[in-house]
Design a protein around this ligand. Structure first.
Ligand SMILES: NC(=O)c1ccc[n+]([C@@H]2O[C@H](COP(=O)([O-])OP(=O)(O)OC[C@H]3O[C@@H](n4cnc5c(N)ncnc54)[C@H](O)[C@@H]3O)[C@@H](O)[C@H]2O)c1
Length: 335
């Protein structure tokens, strides 16, 4: 059985779909619904046609986390459960250190106790800080952590890498996502907005739905094709499929720890995303051009060469599919 932590969340739920489509049906989702809702399982069951076994548990609490492993025979862990809002992490750093780092430590503790050898960790391009060279390769060293959230991802990777040095039978992969966006093609599952989103595509979808008055594009004088910032948007279903490939790859690894970027390999400007959202969904967004926002990096996009070569992964969905599916989901979304 594979334990998917944070399986009711945005990327976790899409990964449950991908696992199920690729033949892994024995799955246990563990979530405390701090940023999701157990209703997600009803939607997942509709898509997969199978019941989703799930437990309500705060993985940052050691006893609760270990109790899950007493009751279920777990073969591997795909660990999504974390808090992910950069501004919230700046307001309450200890909440982020405690939740994100403790949950990881408790899962490693459980892996040690129950001889679990396979582990996939959700990391982020935030570990690079502001890289000097583009596209960003995995060999780029960690930058200065720009937020408590970013620090929890750096710490998570460092803990896993260090644990792999000690426990040679343990195999772990950290996947560094760039900008996950879009929703499952059915329009039945996507990102649940229990908090105000900070990501561009859900903000556009909310404006289109009339939940925001207007959108501001921060800056049009950067050194990019239209002057707005460049980010690497990658479809959530492509990210989900990469997890299944990474999980399979754990068995063939020569070293017992590795990291992979998950990005499209090229970037899109903010304005390109806005215009594509309008065109693909045949609607008008209310947006304005504002000044630069402090702390914004001009451009960042991934080299995805390693994931392609080693995992055999290939992003299949483009920006058009991202903005179409995001709008489809917004129209069906329970919030
Ligand atoms: N979405 C992004 O833009 C992005 C980018 C890079 C990395 N990531 C990472 O990917 C992972 C998944 O992100 P997501 O977008 O699906 O977020 P999400 O908030 O939708 O999902 C995370 C899930 O984890 C659960 N959770 C949080 N703390 C928990 C705890 N202590 N015990 C049990 N469950 C807990 C939440 O309730 C939620 O369902 C996170 O680790 C996040 O940091 C996300």
């Amino acid at each position: 059985m594979i334990l998917v932590s944070g399986g009711a969340g945005y990327i976790g739920s899409n990964t449950i779909i991908a696992l199920s489509e690729m033949g892994y049906t024995d799955i246990l989702s563990v979530d405390n619904y701090s940023n999701s809702n157990p209703d997600a399982y009803k939607r997942l069951e509709k898509i997969t046609g199978k019941p989703i076994l799930h437990i309500n548990c705060d993985l940052s609490d050691r006893e609760s986390a270990l109790s899950v492993f007493q009751e279920h025979k777990i073969e591997g862990i795909i660990h999504f459960a974390a808090l992910k809002s950069v501004p919230e992490s700046v307001q309450d750093p200890a909440l982020y250190y405690r939740n994100n780092v403790n949950a990881l430590i408790n899962l490693i503790d459980a892996a040690e106790k129950y001889s679990i050898k396979k582990f996939i960790f959700s990391s982020s391009c935030t570990v690079y800080g502001t890289p000097e060279k583009l596209p960003v390769e995995e060999s780029t060293p960690f930058g200065k952590a720009e937020s408590p959230y970013g620090l929890t991802k750096q710490l998570g990777e460092m803990i896993l890498e260090n644990y792999c040095l000690i426990n040679k039978a343990f195999r772990a992969i950290s996947l560094r996502y760039f900008n996950p966006a879009g929703a499952h093609e059915s329009g039945l599952t996507g990102e649940v907005m229990t908090k105000r989103p900070n990501n561009l595509v859900p903000i556009l979808a909310q404006q289109a739905a009339g939940l925001r008055e207007k959108i501001t594009v921060f800056g049009n004088d950067y050194n990019t094709k239209d002057g707005s910032c460049v980010r690497d948007y990658i479809h959530v279903s492509d990210i989900a499929e990469a997890h299944v490939l990474a999980y399979k790859h754990l068995e063939q690894m020569t070293e017992n720890y590795d990291v992979f970027n998950l990005g499209s390999g090229s970037g899109n400007t903010t304005l390109e995303v806005v215009l594509s959202f309008e065109k693909e969904n045949a609607l008008n967004l209310n947006y304005e051009i504002g000044g630069r926002r402090s702390g914004d990096v001009e451009k960042i996009y991934a080299s995805n060469k390693k994931a392609k070569e080693v995992l055999g992964w290939k992003p299949k969905r483009d920006l058009k599919e991202i903005v179409r599916s995001a709008w489809r989901w917004q129209q069906n979304s329970p919030d």
